[in-house]
Design a protein. Sequence first.
Length: 94
Amino acid sequence: MKYYALYNPNAGNGDSESRARAISDMFPEEVCYFDVTKHNYTELLSGIDTNDVIIICGGDGTLNRFINETEDIEIKNEPFEKTPKKSIKRFLYK
């Protein structure tokens, strides 16, 4: 299982990359990071295994972009939530 963290470097006052990278302590395996402004979702999603985990790091805009740009892409991965949102938010905004 691999973890893929998708982040928008323009989100969160421009510090979303550093906040996204902070999640590496939460997962036992290596986390691969992808700047959503530079990567193509079709290429990314075609290369991941069904057991891999996609983590969307950002706010409403980042999630909205992911949903809209993957509308015609079949995503075989199951939805996943490692910890409650409040715990993640508290961890990232310390």
